[in-house]
Design a protein around this ligand. Structure first.
Ligand code: IFM
Length: 453
């Protein structure tokens, strides 16, 4: 454990959001509907049938939000682009007003010295593409590549950090295997196809990036959510369950990018639902990336459970540790571990923590103008220390993005979970910096050294 915590001078200190979770006005200025528009407007799919219609109204308030980021001292901001604002029909006709919104956002960030970090896909597929099969249709790699090219051409003169996909595991697991997220399918046979088309689309986008002018000064990667798996006991069954859980969530998305193969366990997990993939697809997926984005929230302690199909493993609660409002165990040591694991398994690719944060029980309205969130302050302190520990063991970590800049729409859980370091009063859209936001600001201004206190 280090005690100095001085981060490099060029370290990126940012926060992250995604389009559908914060923007509101999802159909404004000629945008087409996304699958989240349809899913959230279908009764019964989300908590209290809440939608992203208003969310944080960031579409209207982006300038003051950017000003607040600057006040907190951030030098980077990770946001996603809504594909259906750019291509209302999914492909073909470009909606210039949608492009303009992101262009204005990028300019506003740069004017404040904040580096834009753009994610092309954070779960809000154009409904028009879902109507053609969405991630199950092989053509989606062309649609995604065309959309990517449009954005590289429009913003590549000013944006130098791009990620293709956010958390492809969640897209498949939530959207196609268990149905808790849009498009809401529950189909064992669809899940491997969705994954494969996501990864093919990632590869096609990277390939287009290399051929675009944006590549002259930009870098491209992918953001995956990684969860280190620990066996619940030293029984052979639990150790095997841990291996499968790790393959399913972690290696399924990284092995194809870095090795051009899927883990052997995929056939064990999916049985006859796991197809043979052709070599040309695997070569497309294995495009060299410039960096890897890691979203880290918690670890998982795995126990063999034949009832939990298809992985046959279940997580075991760890009541000895703090549990967040989303019932995730707070376990910072696993962040150090996952960063070291990535370095050891995949080599020296530059890394960014593209999401890290926690939902805790904040009040709906500030109390006497303040929101005190000591549990979140402690979460950030411990995780930033853990990140630093990995760096001091040789991990090439170049930036950190808190999830999230502000409270927002937590998908099927609606507005019930607050992840922000800035509080949002949804009745008034008033922003209030929480004590975690003030703490993060101090971390940034001290270049990390305040973490030793
Ligand atoms: O809100 C989500 C985000 O969209 C993706 N990563 C995890 C966050 C918290 O659940």
């Amino acid at each position: 454990m280090s005690d100095s915590y001085r981060f490099p001078d060029d370290f990126l200190w940012g926060s992250a959001t995604s389009a559908y979770q914060i923007e509101g006005s999802p159909l404004a200025d000629g945008a087409g509907p996304s699958i989240w528009q349809r899913f959230s407007h279908t009764p019964g799919n989300t908590l209290l049938d809440q939608t992203g219609d208003i969310a944080c109204d960031h579409y209207q308030r982006y300038e003051s939000d950017v000003a607040l980021m600057a006040e907190l001292g951030m030098n980077a901001y990770r946001f996603s682009i809504s594909w259906s604002r750019i291509f209302p029909e999914g492909f073909g006709r470009v909606n210039s007003k949608g492009v303009d919104f992101y262009s204005r956002l990028v300019d506003a960030l740069l004017a404040k010295g904040i580096r834009p970090n753009v994610t092309l896909y954070h779960w809000d597929l154009p409904e028009a593409l879902d109507n053609r099969g969405g991630w199950l249709n092989r053509d989606i790699s062309d649609w995604f590549a065309d959309y990517s090219t449009t954005m590289f051409d429009a913003l590549g003169d000013r944006v130098n950090m791009w990620a293709t996909l956010n958390e492809p595991w969640v897209v498949t697991d939530g959207g196609y295997l268990f149905g808790a997220l849009a498009p809401g399918h529950s189909n064992l046979f669809e899940a491997p196809i969705a994954t494969h088309n996501l990864m093919r689309s990632h590869g096609a986008s990277v390939e287009r990036f290399r051929a675009s002018a944006a590549a002259a000064k930009g870098k491209i990667g992918i953001a995956v959510n990684l969860e280190p798996k620990y066996p619940a006991s030293d029984s052979a069954e639990d150790i095997e369950a841990t291996r499968r859980a790790d393959a399913y969530m972690n290696r399924q998305y990284l092995d194809p990018v870095f090795f051009g193969t899927y883990p052997d366990e995929m056939r064990e997990i999916f049985g006859e639902a796991w197809p043979e993939w052709n070599e040309a697809d695997m070569a497309l997926i294995k495009q060299p990336v410039d960096f890897l984005g890691i979203n880290y929230y918690t670890r998982n302690v795995a126990k063999h459970d034949p009832e939990r199909k298809p992985v046959c493993a279940r997580g075991v609660a760890q009541p000895q540790h703090t549990i967040t409002q989303t019932e995730w165990e707070v376990y910072p040591a696993a962040l150090t571990r996952i960063l070291l694991w990535v370095k050891e398994r995949y080599g020296d690719v530059p890394l960014y923590i593209t999401e890290n944060g926690a939902a805790f029980y904040d009040p709906p309205t500030p109390i006497e103008g303040r929101v005190e969130d000591p549990l979140r302050v402690e979460y950030y302190r411990q995780h930033l220390r853990a990140a630093y520990d990995a760096m001091s063991q040789g991990v090439d970590l170049r930036g950190y993005f808190a999830w999230s800049f502000m409270d927002n729409y937590e998908w099927a859980l609606g507005y019930s979970k607050r992840f922000g370091i800035v509080h949002v009063d949804y009745a008034t859209q008033q922003r209030t910096v929480k004590s975690s936001g003030r703490y993060y600001s101090e971390v940034i201004r001290s270049q990390g050294t305040v973490l030793s206190e």
